[in-house]
Write a protein that binds this ligand. Sequence first.
Ligand SMILES: NC(=O)c1ccc[n+]([C@@H]2O[C@H](COP(=O)([O-])OP(=O)(O)OC[C@H]3O[C@@H](n4cnc5c(N)ncnc54)[C@H](O)[C@@H]3O)[C@@H](O)[C@H]2O)c1
Length: 299
Amino acid sequence: MTTFSASDVPSMTGRTVVVTGANSGIGRAAARALAARDARVVFAVRDLEKGREAAAATTGHIEVRQLDLADLSSVRAFAEDFTEPVDVLINNAGVMIPPLSRTADGFELQFGTNHLGHFALTNLLLPRIRERVVTVSSNGHKVGSIDFDDLNWERKPYRAMAAYAQSKLANLLFTSALQRRLAQVGSPLIATAAHPGMAATNLLKFDGRRRVRHLVQKAAAGLFAQGDDDGALPTLYAAVARIPGDSYAGPSGFLEGRGSPKLVGRSAKARDAEVAHRLWEVSEELTGVVFPRRPLQTA
Ligand SMILES: NC(=O)c1ccc[n+]([C@@H]2O[C@H](COP(=O)([O-])OP(=O)(O)OC[C@H]3O[C@@H](n4cnc5c(N)ncnc54)[C@H](O)[C@@H]3O)[C@@H](O)[C@H]2O)c1
């Protein structure tokens, strides 16, 4: 079995890594580890103030830039301002089981933020990406399915957990479809994915509106969850290890938490190439952002 810890991250001197949601949790821990290996790390954050606070507490070459994944105009503005090369993009930011709410463009918040925001960001940055795109999914993808008839919960009663699971399944389908497209155009870039197991981050923050569910989650997190640094290891592994495109990294320890990261399996639904292709096409329509026609890095 491979063993991998933050000290196995190679020197990142001269490399730029963009981490969405780098002000908190797993993203922050991954960003810290990459900065410690001399990467220039761009904190792509919704709240500039929180981003600056997190950056001030991080040693290394950090830049903070505003990005609201729940607003496509913000995603476009971020990508337009970003004219320099990006070696690794880490699509980490996420929201989990909020009450029904919508993005600026009217998408259900979890599908819109976790999937569509990152879909648009990745495709807009792709001509400047040199190595890989890492997208953070979840074990929760295993109970997810993609409801093409009602992706945004406009017709059926809202079930926040099912919407989270759909968005995390979408993260894996996106990774596979992206990898396929990259290979088709002869690009050496790779798309990988990761999940942290369970980590005690702000994602599990107590929300008075869902008292019982959150108390159960808090208890589970207290018993089983890892800290942010351990939770970030699969992300780091997916970002730097010599692994093939479309790899999915997760933890190997007890209850899939703790322990060295390794490549892990995914649900049958996450391996469905037809669904991945259809989701890609629908995501292009919904966001108005397409796989770039401009030349990508080629082998
Ligand atoms: N913590 C866990 O146990 C766990 C388990 C499985 C998967 N994950 C995944 O890990 C990733 C990181 O989550 P975390 O646990 O570190 O939680 P976290 O709440 O600590 O971090 C989430 C980050 O996403 C950012 N974010 C949310 N909405 C945004 C938006 N509209 N625009 C820009 N940034 C936005 C937040 O500001 C925050 O920085 C998520 O994708 C989550 O689904 C976490």
